[in-house]
Design a protein around this ligand. Structure first.
Ligand code: GLN
Length: 237
């Protein structure tokens, strides 16, 4: 073992739709295949968020659990403190929205987020449901993003957040971009789960913690690549 990674799965009791926990499983697997030790911690919404994690994961959620999660995370302070000291945060959909300054609550009303990512979300006119395909910021070195989205939120970025990707199929943030990142905090509308469909994104997050990593042998990625091909073919056909 070269080092040990601490993964923190934040509020699985409130935020975990469409199998988002798969993101955690993929990070564990891809680290272990490289002989990096991993410890995963599940933190429910009645527990304090540990401040010493390396990668924090948040999934999607329904409107009310999202409001509750944001309220508890603000009161707890642990996630913001971890992001502040440079921990990696990877958040999906509801998790992504609540990292921002505000988002649309259960009736669309502006609701305070954590303010650790310079985005603001509100309620759009219609739900965005279906496959999403988007070209990732070339600076990140991650192949085309494939995912599944189901949200009514629309998201605007402020100057301190960069778009994660440019949409070619689907809706994403609602302005032609998808997701956002700043430093080591990264959010996306993609379920799928995102890191299962996009192992390059998983390796980006791991690399932010452990530094450059060797690529995995092709046979280790066979299933993920088959899934990617299948999902991309389903929408570009
Ligand atoms: N409730 C949020 C929305 O509809 C997030 C939904 C989700 O996480 N899938 O925009």
């Amino acid at each position: 073992m070269t080092s040990s990674l601490r993964l923190v799965w934040v509020y699985p009791d409130l935020l975990s739709t469409y199998g988002d926990r798969g993101n955690l499983l993929v990070l564990e697997r891809r680290a272990r295949l490289r002989d990096i030790g991993v410890e995963s911690v599940f933190v429910n919404s009645d527990q304090p968020v540990p401040r010493d994690g390396d990668i924090y994961l948040l999934g999607g959620g329904e409107d009310l659990p999202q409001v509750l999660a944001a309220r508890r995370l603000r009161a707890d302070g642990g996630l913001a403190a971890a992001a502040d000291r440079g921990a990696v945060v990877f958040a999906v959909c509801a998790g992504y929205q609540l990292l921002g300054h505000e988002f649309g609550g259960a009736d669309g009303e502006p609701t305070a987020g954590l303010g650790i990512l310079d985005i603001r979300s509100g309620r759009g006119d219609r739900r965005a449901v279906g496959e999403i395909v988007a070209d990732v910021d070339p600076g990140l070195g991650v192949p085309v993003l494939t995912g599944f989205e189901n949200h009514q939120g629309v998201t605007r970025r402020g100057p301190d957040a960069a778009p994660l990707a440019q949409v070619s199929v689907g809706t994403g943030n609602g302005d032609g971009t998808e997701g956002a990142y700043a430093g080591r905090v990264l959010g996306t509308y993609s379920h799928g789960p995102a890191l299962v469909r996009n192992p390059g994104l998983a390796d980006l997050l791991l690399g932010w913690v452990v530094g450059p990593m060797r690529p995995l042998p092709a046979e280790r990625d066979e299933l993920a690549l088959t899934l990617r091909r299948e999902r991309l073919a389903a929408v570009t056909r």
